[in-house]
Design a protein around this ligand. Structure first.
Ligand code: FSX
Ligand code: SF4
Ligand code: F3S
Length: 390
């Protein structure tokens, strides 16, 4: 049975990528260009991304769940957004996922062990949820193993480890004071490097772009001191917020529903944490609730859900610490120097410095997904199929 399934999967992967994804070639190319720009890669790198995705070479993924709400999975694989779900399932082979698998108990544990043995040293480990460490980690067990034991066992032979969501990245909501279970992030309990993709829930495009980077270059993207990909977390939300002009001009909403709130003024005085939170929410929108979908776009202050020490820590209506109020003494180049065309190697090197281009890349990504009239180019579905088309 397992063998037949594998044959079916291989036959499916051999089909042209447009067919697998149910999109036109043009939409696929737009998607690759969007991912390349989201990653802050230089002009021409989309060809490398295209090549990697075309092959249908999907890394095996073991996805563990611990202390969390499953919102990360929900934001990745939303039934309301079939295109995004298809894209994610096309770039990875989800071989173990507790909430999505039909199997349970011994069967699913056997499937996990088999996938790990078959893909030893090559699979990606994705962890969703915080790890409880108090009292020997007994507050979260799966198949009679603690979250600590399971994570260590699965990380041992993984090619790379991704902590998805703020819970897995730094403890998130379960670690809120007084943190009775000793909830913490994955990187605190294993020796391997971990790429953190915080957010509660995190932006699914940041996960997708991270996996596509792995597929294209065989490595995970460059990260900051908190192990967050630079392409997504190197700028403050406040830097790209559509309400920033109001902040600078001193126009604020003072209460929910007041005149300033209705006019779309800055939410700083309602406790917006955009000035001290690093994430690309304003430029790579997600959530699919319509145009301008991100917390501030919808009229709610950012609560700093990506940022350790801010989200679930500072009171929601407490004023944010405004970073970068003064201009910095030096500025990054807005345009990387480049030759003609980009080889895979060169693109990989440039990807490592992509942090400097992250803001610009994100702005391009935002526009690419839109086209005229808020529509993804080549799409007739109101932009729903475009990766950044919200
Ligand atoms: Fe929930 Fe994920 Fe928040 Fe945590 O997201 S959306 S509580 S980050 O681990 O499921
Ligand atoms: Fe936007 Fe918040 Fe900054 Fe105001 S304080 S400009 S709403 S990020
Ligand atoms: Fe979270 Fe703030 Fe973005 S609340 S989703 S970091 S706008």
């Amino acid at each position: 049975m397992h063998h037949e399934l594998k044959q079916l999967a291989a036959a499916w992967a051999a089909r042209p990528v447009e067919e697998r994804l149910g999109m036109s070639r043009r939409e696929f190319m737009t998607f690759c260009a969007t991912l390349a720009t989201t990653l802050g890669l230089p002009t021409g790198a989309h060809a490398a991304v295209e090549q990697a995705m075309d092959k249908g070479r999907r890394p095996s993924v073991i996805w563990l769940h611990f202390q969390e709400c499953t919102g990360c999975t929900e934001s990745m694989l939303r039934a309301e957004h079939p295109t995004l779900e298809k894209l994610i399932l096309d770039v990875i082979s989800l071989d173990y996922h507790e909430t999505l698998f039909a199997a349970a108990g011994h069967q699913i544990e056997a499937a996990r062990k088999q996938a790990m043995a078959e893909n030893k040293g090559k699979y990606l480990l994705v962890v969703e949820g915080a790890i409880p460490t108090r009292d020997g980690g007994i507050y979260c067990k799966v198949g009679n193993q603690t979250a600590i034991e399971l994570t260590r066992e699965c990380a041992a032979d993984a090619a790379a480890v991704i902590a998805i969501g703020s819970c897995a990245a730094w403890g998130g909501m379960p670690s809120t004071d007084p943190n009775p279970t000793g909830a913490t992030g994955v990187h605190k309990i294993i020796d391997k490097p971990v790429v953190n993709i915080p957010g509660c829930p995190p932006n699914p495009y940041n996960f997708l772009a991270t996996v596509v980077h792995f597929l294209t270059f065989g490595s995970l993207p460059a990260v900051d001191h908190l192990n967050r990909p630079l392409f997504a977390y190197s700028r403050l939300i406040h830097e790209h917020c559509e309400r920033r002009a109001h902040f600078d001009a001193g126009r604020f909403a003072m209460e929910f529903g007041d005149d300033g709130h209705r006019k779309g003024y800055c939410l700083y005085k309602l406790g917006c944490k955009g000035p001290e939170t690093y994430a690309n929410c304003p430029t790579v929108l997600f959530g699919d609730a319509g145009a301008g979908t991100w917390p501030v776009g919808c009229g709610h202050p950012c609560i700093g859900c990506t940022e350790e020490g801010v989200g679930f820590t500072k009171p929601i209506h407490q004023l944010a610490k405004v970073k970068n109020l003064e201009p910095p003494v030096s500025y990054p180049r807005t345009r990387e120097e480049q030759g003609k065309g980009v080889s895979l190697g060169a693109a990989a090197v440039l990807a490592a410095v992509a942090g400097a281009a992250a803001g610009a890349g994100a702005m391009v990504a935002r526009n690419l997904g839109k086209g005229s009239g808020d529509q993804a180019p080549g799409s007739d579905d109101g932009g729903k199929s475009g990766p950044a088309g919200n």
